[in-house]
Each structure stands twice: as C-alpha cells, then as structure tokens.
Design a protein around this ligand. Structure first.
Ligand code: HEM
Length: 178
C-alpha cells in the first residue's frame, strides 16, 4: 500500500486522515451533546476542555486533507456499474461533510470569542461559564451537529450498502493493507 492513492484504492495518507477524523468527530458529537446537557458549570467546563482541543485537531486534519487532495493526491476511480445518481449523491455528501465540519468549527470558535468563555474553561473560574445560547453561533452549531449526524448516517448507510448488498469491496478501498 502506497502513501498516495491509486486508481483502485485510497493511499495510506487518505485512509489515516479518514479514520482518525471519524474517531475524533464521534468524540466531538458525544462530548458536545454531553456538554450541552450538563448543568453543573465545572462539569461542563471539564467536558469542553476535551471538546475544544479535539475540534482544533479536526480543523488541522481537515486542512491537511484539503491540501493533500488539492496538491498531492488523486481520488481513485469511481466503482464500476454504480448508477449516476448514486455517484452524484456520494460526491454531494462528501462536499457537505467539508462544509458542515468547517461550519461547526467556525461557529464553535465564534461562540468562544463572543462569550469570552475560553479563560473560564482553561484554568479560570468555571462557575462563571456563560450561557452559550445567548450568542448567535450557538444555534448554527446545534443545527450543524444534527446535519453532521444525518450526513454520517447517509455515508455509513451507503458504505454498508456497497459492502453487503452490492458486495463490490468499496469499503476495503478505505482501509489499510492490500
Ligand atoms: C467538527 C467540529 C465540532 C463538532 C462535530 C462539534 C459538536 C458539538 C455538538 C454535537 C454539540 C451539542 C449541540 C447541541 O446540543 O445542540 C456541541 C456544543 C458545543 N461545542 Fe462543539 N463541535 C465542534 C467544534 C467546536 C469548536 C471548534 C468549539 C470551540 C472552539 C466548540 C465548542 C462548543 C460549545 C461551547 C458547545 C456548547 C455547549 C453548551 O451549549 O453548553 N465546538 N458541539
């Protein structure tokens, strides 16, 4: 398996970025809903001490992913025999992932800047943690979270359909080894 992708499979770099992002985004969704449902400010701040740095790591990975595809790698060929609408909707879901992930990061940073919460989360008095709903980016952050969830469901559904129904080995193109 090579660092770069080939016409029939993704390379080590793309596969690594993909699966590390999956794990981190699942942690972000879990920790985000957990923080939102936690009333105790100290407990909420403790969750956000995990949530925010992981989101920054996802931002770094997403930038790396964009730079990688843009300048260094080419996507494998699309699987033979798939109807045009499936190919198109797959591409649309992939683009929407970028839009929603970057939108989540932008709205998260917006919440932090407008609320001034960062010092209370990272070291200060967490009892002073603000109500994030008082700041406009909180609403798109919540909507984006649900959109991301819906995109994940579509993406996983399509991958499982290829794997178990069409049995075309598509999932293995995004895994390590031969
Ligand atoms: C891909 C990136 C991100 C994902 C997937 C994500 C996920 C989530 C989710 C699922 C929620 C709960 C939403 C709800 O209940 O309506 C949430 C809340 C939150 N997130 Fe994020 N987030 C991301 C980036 C960020 C960033 C970059 C920051 C800050 C710099 C941030 C700060 C927060 C805060 C402060 C809350 C609100 C907690 C509350 O209402 O008490 N998030 N996030």
């Amino acid at each position: 398996m090579t660092l770069k992708s080939t016409p029939d499979r993704y390379g080590t770099m793309a596969v690594s970025i993909h699966w590390i992002s999956v794990v981190l985004i699942l942690i972000l969704i879990g920790s985000g809903f957990r923080a939102a449902n936690t009333v105790d400010p100290a407990a909420k701040a403790a969750i956000l001490r995990l949530h925010v740095p992981i989101a920054v790591a996802v931002l770094a990975l997403t930038i790396l992913r964009i730079v990688w595809w843009w300048g260094f790698d080419r996507k494998p060929d699309s699987v033979a025999g798939a109807p045009r609408w499936q190919e198109r909707s797959g591409q649309l879901v992939h683009v929407l992932f970028y839009v929603v992930i970057l939108g989540m990061i932008a709205s998260g940073i917006g919440m932090m800047v407008l609320s001034g919460a960062a010092p209370m989360i990272f070291g200060g008095d967490s009892s002073l943690l603000p109500d994030f709903w008082k700041h406009p980016p909180r609403l798109p952050h919540g909507i984006g979270a649900r959109l991301l969830f819906a995109l994940l469901a579509l993406h996983v559904g399509a991958a499982l359909y290829h794997h178990f129904v069409r049995r075309d080995g598509l999932l293995w193109r995004m895994w390590f080894g031969k």
